[in-house]
Design a protein around this ligand. Sequence first.
Ligand SMILES: [Ca+2]
Length: 296
Amino acid sequence: MGKARPRTAAFRTLLSLTQRLALRALVLPILMSVLILPISQALAWTITADFESGTLGQMAQGPTGFSVGGGMTQTTFDNTRPNTGTKSAKAFINAGNEGWGEWGGLFVNGASPYFHSPVGQGGELWFRMYVWFPSDWNWQTGTYIKIMRVLISPGSAKISLLANRFGGIVGNSEVVNQNYGSSVSYSLGTWQFIEMYIKLHATPGQGIFRAWKNGVLVFENTTHPTLPSSSHSATDLYVFSQWNDGSPVNQSCWIDDIKATTFQPANRDAQGHYMIGAIGGEGQAPTAPGSLRVAP
Ligand SMILES: [Ca+2]
């Protein structure tokens, strides 16, 4: 971090006093924030994806999109319905398809361009996205539709936000084979932001799983473990990925402004729980789209 300030005398002379003061104002708080990070957050990171820099019609992966190799074939950079900027990702699913490899995308642990690290016992993970489902969206399914997921490794267990066939928000943990119901549905015909939070812990009473819609708590569970063992960790993040029993019709939705972080956000919900919340209100130092901010 200290290298952020130019060191050569020649360079210093190019900086006006005002510029130096501005640099100091920027760098000092960052240094201080790193120094006071607890050891458990030593590898804290933030991922952001706003889909602004990709090629229209191409798979929505790479800088500003999903991980390289984590894109899905029918989910592309699109400029017809941005939440912010001029682009978002249009996620198409074919009638009769479950959408795997087609609908959504992954942030893969250790993969370019993010290289985010696993989140283990005692760690906390926030994961938010904006999503727009059209007003004639058809939720039909015999079971559930995956919306946002966190992979627990090693193994294949996931902690997820699902949709039921009425468009209701349902939580699910494959760690403890539990569903968490809610009285809240995904909205149609408007942008909404959906967020999940997991405190990762293998001890009952120490793990936490929460979800919000538009910054309002949808459900929480504080009694079930969120890891199978203390040596497991959260690794990959999924958007969509599988429509159990297949989509009833050809249909597209849009996603934008994904943010995932292990830094404690400044925002809180009405109950006082920390959350990322709405874009622009995250209360953290800005992070460039597609970047990964890692504290040493
Ligand atoms: Ca965007």
